[in-house]
Design a protein around this ligand. Structure first.
Ligand SMILES: [Zn+2]
Length: 438
């Protein structure tokens, strides 16, 4: 089965940075057969007129907690909300059914926004994996390991065993990739961080955690060890190419050297970091040191949206502001972070992240007819600064079209919302007691 997507500007994101004006791409089964702007291939089974839209690789969200949809817009401006109400509410009110229904709803949002791969860490992660499997998105899913009782484990650190079960169940799935996900440096013991890393290495899966995100985390490590959390992780022997370090807001020059030396990868979550008033990750310094960086939204309660368009604008604006230089992070570099950068963070750069022959056909067609998309001089700029998720017309994953003309082909958003609302009453009842800070 060959599909020709015609009359599009193709942002290939290949190493040479090819852009094909009035171009095309051909999907053959699950993969990209070719792309260009010359003579169109003749043997075609299906023809799609892209009507002058922008065709780009599927976007890759490398840090999220998608089952947290019920928390969206709750206590947005409340300081220290993680400890004040997020942890307690999760413990009391999250159930497998709520995680499953929230995940399905969140995946609708991701797909409609052109996100074709998502890394997730949460509780009852098997339900997230199930939702990814059913809905056609690519998911990297990790059970949270943390030093306290959680909604899915009465014992602290029960997540480690759940992680191993998750790996054994899902490893080898073509789209659902189990990972190991200790919560953070300051919410796990030294032994547990090592055990989690050992588990990831045993099964050759990625390992992700929140690092150098919180002021109190930095103070704790300085006081306790006279080190930064990243120096601590280096000495522990857990940095490496399988590690995806989320946030890294407070990374020092020495930390960045350690990341470069060990090929540790970074998930940059600018929306969540700046909404929380926490700071701006030194991404430019990381890139100069050849550290691999991708973009994450963080959970829907941290950044409110799961799309990368929102993050693109914020990442560009805040990096320019941090370095007092409008010229840094031109739009094509921002798009690269959300495509090839994300693929490299996940270790999937040979299959994903660009439109090149032989790669998986994960594609997004952005329409350029809407009021906010005129005029266009530079298609990367249009994607980063002009576009938003509502401009996503069509989405393919592994050659299968999942979104067409802004609508999901294999899920009904109204129905997903209705089913999620049906399992939310107990959560809402418990949330009400925080009304004074919400
Ligand atoms: Zn997070």
């Amino acid at each position: 089965m060959r599909t020709l997507i015609d009359h599009v500007t193709v942002l290939t994101m290949d190493p040479e940075g090819h852009v094909y004006q009035d171009g095309y791409a051909v999907i053959e089964d699950q993969k990209i057969l070719t792309a260009g702007n010359g003579k169109r291939p003749e043997q075609i089974d299906r023809y799609i007129d892209g009507q002058g839209g922008i065709l780009m690789p599927g976007m890759i969200n490398v840090h999220s907690h998608i089952p947290m949809i019920p928390f969206r817009s709750m206590g947005d401006d409340c300081p220290d909300r993680l400890r004040r109400f997020l942890f307690p509410l999760e413990l009391e009110a999250m159930t497998p059914e709520l995680v499953y229904r929230s995940s399905r709803y969140a995946i609708c949002e991701l797909l409609l926004a052109g996100v074709t791969s998502v890394l997730d860490m949460y509780y009852f992660e098997d339900q997230v994996a199930r939702a990814c499997d059913e809905m056609g998105i690519r998911g990297w899913v990790g059970e949270t390991v943390i030093n306290m009782e959680t909604c899915d484990s009465r014992e602290p650190y029960g997540g480690l065993a759940l992680c191993e079960a998750l790996i054994q169940k899902w490893k080898g799935h073509p789209r659902v990739h189990p990972i190991v996900a200790p919560h953070a440096t300051n919410t796990n013991s030294t032994e547990m961080l090592k055990a989690a890393s050992d588990l990831a290495r045993k099964y050759e899966v990625p390992y992700t955690l929140h690092v150098s995100e919180m002021d109190y985390e930095m103070e704790y490590f300085q006081k306790e060890y006279g080190q930064t959390p990243i120096e601590f992780l280096y000495d522990l022997g857990v940095l490496g190419p399988e590690m995806i370090a989320a946030h890294c807001i407070h990374a020092t020059d020495h930390d960045i050297e350690l990341f470069a030396e060990t090929d540790t990868r970074v998930a940059h979550c600018i929306g969540a970091n700046t909404k929380g008033g926490k700071g701006i990750c030194p991404v430019l310094d990381m890139r100069k040191a050849k550290v691999t960086v991708g973009i994450g939204t963080d959970g829907p309660s941290s950044g409110n949206t799961l799309d990368l368009f929102t993050q693109f604008k914020l990442a560009a604006s805040f990096q320019k502001t941090r370095y007092h230089n409008r010229g840094v992070f031109p739009a094509h570099e921002i798009v690269e972070l959300g495509t090839m950068g994300g693929a490299a963070v996940l270790g999937a750069q040979k299959e994903l992240g660009s439109i090149e022959a032989g790669k998986q056909a994960d594609l997004v067609l952005i329409e350029t007819r809407s009021v906010n998309m005129f005029p266009i001089y530079n298609p990367y700029s249009a994607v980063v600064y002009s576009a938003n998720a509502s401009n996503v017309d069509s989405v393919w994953i592994a050659g299968k079209q999942l979104v067409k003309e802004h609508r999901l082909l294999f899920a009904d958003l109204k129905e997903e919302k209705r089913k999620l609302e049906a399992v939310m009453p107990a959560f809402r009842e418990r949330a009400v007691r925080y009304a004074d800070i919400l």
